[in-house]
Design a protein around this ligand. Structure first.
Ligand code: COA
Ligand code: ZN
Length: 318
């Protein structure tokens, strides 16, 4: 008898967190084709694009066209990043399922990324929440630098929880703790995730890791210990914030799914389909992607044994 596999929710962010950081403009048709391919892979949610200022994020200036042209799969939540009321109005005009609001829990990073203080951001996001609450569209808030700011250093846990609390009071449905520049480490993740879950059990809590220092998968295991079941991930390991020094790729979707399925979780994601989609990325963006799984293959993708006589002599050393 096989045990019931615990269900996890994997949220693909490559076409937003990934593409916003690419030097080459990805053509609208190519974005749409990739998203349609991802829609068939079983993700719980896809962060399609962002409705930001085209001067701030030129890579995503075609947000409306992309949203209008994708074919939506039933059961997939299509979300978009929104920084202000203008962005929310643009998003609502495209009939999105969710808006993902963003601010940083670090004052310095918030000013670098959004050009305003945290309290100004909060004021704007409160206005956005007021507008969106009148619709059927869900609201998530992503809190950047929740595990440390590359300019200020650690952000106190109580400070992070206080920001979660302010948004919970406004009635948002979900909150994402973002490790914007890969500063999180497992024990820190376990503790902050646990405190967030305990204090805000009614909120959907997502963890958003970057693999900047190689700790994203370890941090995922720590978050699972704390009862988290939602994770952002990026195909190929693309990603990074253009306004955060040293930012690099998100946790790689196919590596995350590969590990979680081996460990007995049901991610809902078709790994073969995700790998096929990831294999197309280098052609699309014009450079290699960080994914190690794409290079190595799954652990049981076996290789033929070398034929007798063709074996290389044993290598010297270890
Ligand atoms: N969509 C389209 N255009 C927008 C916009 C939006 N959501 N918000 C502002 N703009 C336009 C304004 O109309 C204005 O255009 P104009 O100069 O042609 O009149 C221009 O952008 C500047 O507007 P302003 O309100 O002064 O904003 P700002 O320059 O202070 O920028 C943000 C603030 C938040 C809009 C901008 O910094 C931004 O979009 N940042 C994105 C950050 C991001 O996505 N980072 C990565 C993910 S974490
Ligand atoms: Zn990110």
């Amino acid at each position: 008898m096989s045990a019931i596999r615990p269900r996890l929710y994997i949220q693909e962010v490559a076409t937003r967190d990934g593409f916003q950081n690419e030097a080459r403009f990805i053509e609208t048709d190519d974005k749409v084709a990739l998203i349609d391919r991802l829609s068939a892979c079983g993700f719980a949610k896809i962060e399609v694009t962002s409705f930001t200022s085209p001067r701030a994020i030129p890579a995503l200036l075609d947000a409306e066209a992309v949203m209008h042209r994708i074919v939506r799969a039933p059961g997939v939540v299509y979300t978009v990043l929104v920084p202000n009321v203008r962005g929310a109005e643009r998003a609502l005009s495209c009939d999105v399922d969710e808006v993902n609001l963003v601010m940083s829990v670090s004052e310095t990073h918030n000013r670098a990324n959004l050009r305003m203080s945290r309290s100004e951001s909060f004021g704007q996001l409160r206005d956005v929440i007021e507008v969106v609450s009148k619709t059927r569209v869900a609201i998530n808030v992503s809190l950047s630098t929740a595990f440390g700011c590359p300019m200020e250093g650690d952000v106190a846990e109580d400070e992070v929880l206080a920001w979660v609390g302010r948004f919970a009071e406004l009635g948002v449905h979900g909150v994402t703790l973002c490790d914007t520049t890969g500063m999180a480490y497992p024990n820190q993740v376990r503790q902050l995730a646990r405190r967030t879950r305990d204090a805000f059990a009614a909120l959907d809590t997502t963890l958003h890791f970057h693999n900047t220092r190689g700790m994203a998968l370890a941090n995922t295991l720590a978050a699972l210990d704390a009862g988290i079941d939602r994770f952002d991930a990026s195909l190929g390991g693309l990603g990074g914030c253009p306004y955060a020094p040293g930012a690099s790729g998100n946790v790689c979707t196919e590596e995350l799914v590969h590990m979680l399925e081996l460990n007995g979780y049901d991610t809902g994601v078709d790994l073969a389909g995700a790998l096929e989609a990831a294999a197309r990325l280098p052609g699309l963006i014009g450079h290699d992607v960080p994914s190690q799984l794409l290079k190595a293959g799954r652990r049981l993708d076996l290789h033929p044994a070398p034929e007798a006589g063709t074996q290389r002599p044993p290598a010297a050393g270890h």
